[in-house]
Design a protein around this ligand. Structure first.
Ligand SMILES: *[C@@H]1O[C@H](CO)[C@@H](O)[C@H](O)[C@H]1NC(C)=O
Ligand SMILES: *[C@@H]1O[C@H](CO)[C@@H](O)[C@H](O)[C@H]1NC(C)=O
Ligand SMILES: *[C@@H]1O[C@H](CO)[C@@H](O)[C@H](O)[C@H]1NC(C)=O
Length: 420
């Protein structure tokens, strides 16, 4: 062993010199090629071997990856994980949205919302999951490999914050409804889908559910799901289904979609980060999606369902601290980044880009908002609060009726005469 070790060492010295000489002779190109190598490694980590490739009309490449080779299993804690192919329980009182919808709007023919890549007619084979391929240019649009697929710090709305600077920090603006002060085991909503205009590529506009645990300090836990338009993340202005998670207030843990290890997808039909189609039109057809996030009372994992039919998968409980136990707050609503281009408020739209007062067919909404309680029952939330940083830019208005249960309209145009 000693002798071999010595031989190994001298070989190492030679190798190190060889590398040193190579780097030196490469001169100023060395850092470029090093970056390129890093980029390639990162892409190889994200893009797992695929059994089938499907091209989407929007330019996306959907890879059908064997379920046991998905990015989640890069996580050291998931090395021996047995995939749960279905949740042990759904929440009680889960109603069929299509029934509610047809009851409330009998004359309106309702088309289902799906994903653009389905238009090719191709499907992922059994035992695989569809994964949106990360292209080189996707990563290059991010500031660095590290920040690709991540939200900036503290992009969370903290209603009634004692510190207004914290609320306005990093220019994120919200129009949300929320509940707090209880133990929550999930949340649901039906959200109509729009394609808000984004003024600057580094801004985004999203509409989502937040399932939150802990205080709003450095250890905030958050599970998020909804739709978003984010030119930097995806390279276009399409509306996409997305998820996010963090267990340390957006610092070192978590990411969008499957862009890091964590979320375990079981669904073979819906791809995280893929475009949703069709979207609602102003004074036109309205298209909505429902999203349910809930905690499996037996295993403790947090599950996500899209629509009535698609159980997407789950976040294992161990990813979280507070959420390993329970959520302490639920938020529903919109968020945009206001980067104040040309020193003025951004004209990036939230939701439909119209204010709540305009109502159905014009404003964006969340309807049938519900929470899951300790006994795994879906129920109406109590004492719903609302919050917005600047209601002249983006606003929110709640309501309650038989068909829509608790609902709210939200959103706005951003920059206008009253929002500069
Ligand atoms: C996985 O299982 C092997 C064999 O049972 C065990 O030695 C190892 O510690 C396990 N790893 C983890 C991360 O649980
Ligand atoms: C956020 O900043 C805007 C513009 O500076 C200000 O008008 C608004 O009052 C602030 N909101 C809060 C909640 O501090
Ligand atoms: C996205 O929309 C913005 C503003 O409407 C536009 O300037 C930009 O060219 C669009 N980007 C793409 C990739 O289509």
């Amino acid at each position: 062993m000693g002798v071999n070790g010595g031989g190994c060492c001298s070989l190492m010295v030679v190798l190190v010199f060889a590398v040193f000489i190579t780097v030196c002779s490469a001169g100023r190109h060395s850092s470029i090629s090093r970056n390129k190598l890093q980029l390639q490694r990162h892409l190889n980590r994200l893009n797992k071997p695929s059994q089938k490739t499907i091209l989407s009309p929007d330019g996306d490449v959907i890879e059908c990856v064997h379920i046991s080779r998905q990015p989640a299993f890069d996580h050291p804690f998931l090395k021996n994980h047995t995939i749960q192919m279905r949740p042990n329980y759904h929440p009680e009182g889960l109603y069929d949205d299509s029934k509610v919808a047809s009851k409330s709007k009998p004359k309106e023919k309702r088309q289902t919302v799906s994903q653009l890549w389905h238009h090719s007619g191709e499907k992922c084979p059994e035992g695989t999951i569809p994964v949106r391929r990360t292209k080189e240019e996707d990563v290059l649009r991010a500031k660095s490999i590290k920040t690709y697929g991540r939200k900036k710090h503290r992009s969370i709305a903290k209603p009634r914050s004692p510190d207004p600077d914290l609320v306005n920090e990093s220019g994120h603006q919200h129009a949300i409804a929320y509940v707090e002060g209880d133990k929550y085991y999930g949340a649901k909503a039906t959200i109509n889908v729009w394609e808000p205009r984004i003024q600057q590529p580094n801004e985004f506009s999203l509409s989502q559910i937040w399932v939150l645990g802990g205080s709003f300090g450095q250890d905030l836990n958050s599970i998020e799901a909804g739709w978003q338009v984010s030119p930097d993340l995806y390279g276009d202005n399409n509306t996409r289904l997305f998820t996010y998670w963090t267990s340390d207030a957006y610092q070192a843990t978590g990411c969008y979609n499957l862009l890091c290890s964590g979320f375990i997808q079981i669904n073979s039909e819906i791809a995280m980060g893929a475009s949703i189609s069709p979207v609602s039109g102003y004074r036109g057809s309205q298209y909505d999606i429902s999203i349910l996030v809930w905690k499996d009372p037996k295993e403790g994992n947090w599950w996500m369902q899209f629509g009535n039919d698609y159980v997407m998968g789950y976040w294992p409980s161990f990813l979280f601290s507070y959420l390993a136990d329970t959520a302490s707050m639920i938020e529903w609503g919109g968020e945009v980044v206001n980067s104040e281009p040309d020193g003025q408020h951004t004209a990036t739209q939230m939701g439909s880009g119209h204010f709540p007062e305009e109502g159905f067919g014009k404003a964006s909404y969340f309807r049938n908002i519900q929470v899951v309680d300790e006994s795994n029952n879906l129920k109406a939330p109590k004492d719903i609060g609302t919050f917005t940083e600047q209601s002249n830019c983006y606003d929110v208005q709640t309501g309650n009726n038989g068909d829509w249960g608790h609902y709210f309209y939200y959103g706005g145009p951003g920059r206008n005469d009253n929002c500069a």
